[in-house]
Structures are given as structure tokens and as C-alpha cells.
Design a protein around this ligand. Structure first.
Ligand code: EPZ
Length: 439
């Protein structure tokens, strides 16, 4: 992805910005619209690349999609749904991970589906074995083709039982989106319960689905004959909110994130406070600021909800380079999520990676294997400007923050990747007083 920002850092970011709907919910709610027999309307939709990709894929399948970008509303009418031309699908190969979620809805609507090879950030192996096992258990036939995956449903998909080895977000969504129209009852144990998934459950419930969530991460879904469209206001993007909070802490700034919701950020706010940041919850959002003085080092382990999200870790690491003492981050969701720290080290940060599960009482899935999935950050270290390249979405945003915190000039290339998940981020940098130039 192209685009270079020249950043003159070393100034606190201060001001107000707004976050809209969560990328990792909006894209899935758009796929859910395929299941309805009448139009769906989703609002609070951000203008980001992932939304455009899903809109294009829906259109390729005959769904009428009207995206009013100013209002942040998308209307989707699936009455003309039909098979897409393979060529229109293949152009999206490698662009995102969302296409895998089209499987169940397309199998229900058309009896077949063609899914392009998946993309998404390079942060680990990212297998899809749970998805494929689930689809086969529902009764789908799956075959690999040179440019993607072909699926068929010889008859109506059937409810089934499955337990996930790990509470995968995507696999949980796959099961929900498929089970709602399958015949009979589906039971999913060991599932993910992220707020974005619960918002998807709310959408499906509006459409007519019957879904129960038990206290032990088990979803029980009673399949129904048909679903209708929905009207829904997307929950706010808690990853973007935490990214700007990290920027406030790392630059010694003061950022009010309008639209941020405390309920979705409980784990994050605890760590933000422990490290020495301050926050104030208002009716319209959350103000995050650095109160001056020293930040404290801490130990953090990333986890599935309700733990500290893996996607919060990267901007937080930049802030921890300014904390006094040794901080430890143990990453338990993705095996290769510290690639972004290489650039931070070139900017003066002292970060050491380890294969062991540091700061944790038990071994995670990546312990005793060859993955550098624990980081020790020694601070405070002044950061200085450097030429850096965006490696992935969240790592890339952390590079931006590091460049904004660093003394001197940085050149950050590949910033087009950040448009995948951060709406109007350069406008937001303007309103926070950042000094940068596009090249
Ligand atoms: C979603 O990815 C998000 N992406 C990710 O956000 C987020 O980091 C992740 O959930 C965890 O919260 C979207 O929602 C589009 P997973 P997903 O399935 O669903 C393993 C961002 O920057 N696994 O929960 O792909 C997998 O390898 C992105 O916004 C299997 O082993 O994540 C990983 O170790 C990055 N087999 C773990 O589970 C499978 O079949 C969690 O992955 C599926 C997953």
C-alpha cells in the first residue's frame, strides 16, 4: 500500500476526535444482511477500506448496496442475490479475512459459494481449520481451487455440535451466521464472546434468529425457516478508541475520544490507569490524558474477551517505552504479533523479545514453541525520528504514534494500510495538532 507521511514529532497530541462503528463488527453485520429476505439498514458505519471491500463483494452477489458516506448509513437489499462471476470475486483475493464469512449465508441462499483466497494482517499463521470443520459438520462440501475455495450444500444445512479448541472470533461468527438458518439446533462450546460478536447476535436476533448464550461460553442456536432485514446502530470501535488513548499517553497529550464506550474498554482502562494515565468518562465519550510525571511499568497478558485485547497491545507498547522500569507483554492470541517492535527499536526503544511465556503463571499455546511472543520493554527511552514502513494495521498505527512521540522527523511509508481500519486518520491528526506532510 502506498503513501508516505513525513512527521515532525515531539509534540503532545491534544484535542477531540470521534470514533464511529467498529470495523470488526460492521463488516460482519454487512454479511448478515445476505441472510435476510428484506433490506437491512446499518448506521454508524465508518468510511474505511474493509467496508468498501465487503460492499463490493455483496454487489458482486447481486445485493443492492447504497452507502451514504456522509450519514454513515448503508442500505443493503438482498432480494436479487445470485451467484457472482468468479472474476469479480478473485479480484478481492488477499484483501481481507471477511470473505470466509460469506460461506454460510451463500450456502443457504444459493446452495453454493466461491470464496477468494484470504488476506488480512501477517501476524501469525491464521489457519481456517475451525471454519472448515464447522462448515463440513453443517453438511457443506468444501473443495480447494487454484484461486479460492468452492463450497456446495447438497441439501439444507443441518444443526450440529462443536467445541472450539480456542475461542476464535471468526469461527464463532461463522457458526452463528450459518446456524441461524440451518435445520434444527446447533450448539457451540468454547466460543468467543467479544462485544462485536454480541452486537452481531443482536442483529441476528432482530432478523428473527433464536440464539441463547450460556454462562460457560456456549451458544445454542435454534435454526429458523427464514430471516428478515434489520435496522441497527453499530457499536463503537473500541480498538480505534484505545489506539488514540495510547497516542495521548505516548505523546504526553490529552485526547477526548467522542463515541468511545466505557463498557467495551473495561480491561483497557484498568491498565491505562495502572500505568499512570488518567481518563474521564462523559456522556459523549472518554477523555484520556497523561497527567505529567513518570509512567509506571506493568505486566500485561493479551487474551480473548473479557481480557486485554491483542489489538490494544501495539499502541500501548509505544506508551510503555516511556514508562519507568521493565514492562512485560505476553501475547497469547497471535504467535507473531511483535514484528512491529523492530522499527521501534530503531527509534531508540529498548524492547527484547522472548519465546517463553513471560509474566504468566501458565504456558500459552505458543509456549515451548519457536515463537517470540513475549516482549520486555525497558523505559523510559527517548525516541528519535526514523524512516519506517507500516507492517500491518495495528503495528502501523503504533509506528505513527511512535513517530509523533519521537524527537525529530520520521518518514512513515505504506500508510495506505492504515485506511483499512482508521477512518479519516489524517483529519484526526490535524485536529489533534500533529505536524506532518503527505509525500
Ligand atoms: C478477529 O480476527 C479480528 N479480525 C482481529 O482483528 C482480532 O485481532 C482477532 O479477531 C482477535 O480479537 C476481524 O474481526 C476481521 P480469531 P480473527 O479467529 O477472527 C486461531 C485487526 O487488526 N485460529 O479469533 O481472524 C488463530 O490463528 C484484526 O482488526 C485457528 O487456529 O481471529 C489465532 O491464533 C487483526 N483456527 C486465534 O485463533 C481457526 O480456524 C484467534 O483468531 C481460526 C482461528
Amino acid at each position: 500500500m502506498s503513501g508516505v507521511l513525513e512527521i515532525e514529532g515531539g509534540r503532545p497530541l491534544a484535542g477531540e476526535i470521534t470514533v464511529r462503528g467498529a470495523k470488526n463488527f460492521v463488516s460482519k453485520a454487512m454479511v448478515a444482511a445476505l441472510l435476510g429476505e428484506s433490506p437491512s439498514v446499518l448506521s454508524n458505519v465508518p468510511k474505511i477500506r474493509d467496508v468498501e471491500i465487503v460492499a463490493d463483494l455483496l454487489r458482486a452477489h447481486g445485493v443492492f448496496v447504497d452507502h451514504d458516506q456522509a450519514a454513515g448509513t448503508i442500505t443493503m437489499n438482498p432480494s436479487g442475490v445470485g451467484a457472482a462471476k468468479s472474476a469479480d470475486i478473485i479480484t478481492h483475493a488477499g484483501s481481507s479475512r471477511i470473505p470466509i464469512l460469506f460461506c454460510g449465508p451463500l450456502l443457504h441462499r444459493l446452495g453454493e459459494a466461491f470464496i477468494p483466497d484470504l488476506g488480512g494482517c501477517n501476524i501469525g499463521g491464521r489457519p481456517i481449520d475451525f471454519h472448515l470443520e464447522a462448515l463440513r459438520r453443517f453438511g457443506a462440501e468444501v473443495a480447494k481451487e487454484p484461486d479460492g475455495m468452492r463450497l456446495r450444500a447438497p441439501k439444507r444445512l443441518q444443526g450440529m455440535q462443536m467445541e472450539l479448541e480456542f475461542p476464535s472470533v471468526g469461527a464463532t461468527e461463522q457458526l452463528l451466521l450459518t446456524a441461524v438458518l440451518a435445520e434444527g439446533i446447533t450448539e457451540l462450546r468454547g466460543a468467543a464472546v467479544e462485544p462485536e460478536i454480541l452486537d452481531l447476535v443482536a442483529v441476528l436476533q432482530q432478523m428473527g434468529a433464536i440464539i441463547t448464550l450460556e454462562t460457560d461460553r456456549t451458544y445454542r442456536i435454534e435454526g429458523v425457516e427464514s430471516l428478515r432485514g434489520y435496522r441497527h446502530f453499530a457499536l463503537p470501535d473500541r480498538i480505534e478508541a484505545a489506539s488514540w488513548a495510547g497516542a495521548a499517553l505516548a505523546t504526553g497529550g490529552d485526547i477526548t475520544v467522542l463515541g468511545a464506550r466505557q463498557l467495551d474498554l473495561t480491561a483497557y482502562l484498568n491498565y491505562f490507569r495502572k500505568v499512570g494515565g488518567r481518563f474521564d468518562v462523559t456522556d459523549h465519550g472518554i477523555r484520556f490524558w497523561h497527567p505529567g510525571g513518570e509512567l509506571r511499568s506493568i505486566v500485561v497478558e493479551t487474551a480473548v474477551h473479557p481480557g486485554f485485547m491483542t489489538d490494544w497491545q501495539q499502541p500501548f507498547v509505544v506508551a510503555l517505552t516511556q514508562a519507568t522500569g521493565l514492562s512485560i507483554i505476553h501475547e497469547t492470541v497471535y504467535e507473531k504479533r511483535f514484528g512491529f517492535t523492530k522499527a521501534l527499536r530503531r527509534m531508540g526503544a529498548q524492547i527484547q523479545l522472548y519465546r517463553e511465556c513471560l509474566g504468566s503463571e501458565r504456558w500459552c499455546r505458543f509456549g515451548r514453541r519457536n515463537y517470540e511472543h513475549s516482549a520486555v520493554i525497558s523505559g523510559p527511552t527517548p525516541l528519535h525520528g526514523a524512516d519506517i514502513r507500516v507492517p500491518d494495521l495495528r503495528g502501523g498505527f503504533s509506528h505513527l504514534i511512535a513517530a509523533l512521540a519521537a524527537e525529530g522527523r520520521s518518514s512513515v511509508s505504506g500508510i495506505g494500510l492504515i485506511d483499512r481500519g482508521y477512518e479519516h486518520f489524517t483529519d484526526k491528526l490535524d485536529s489533534l495538532g500533529a505536524r506532518y506532510w503527505r509525500r
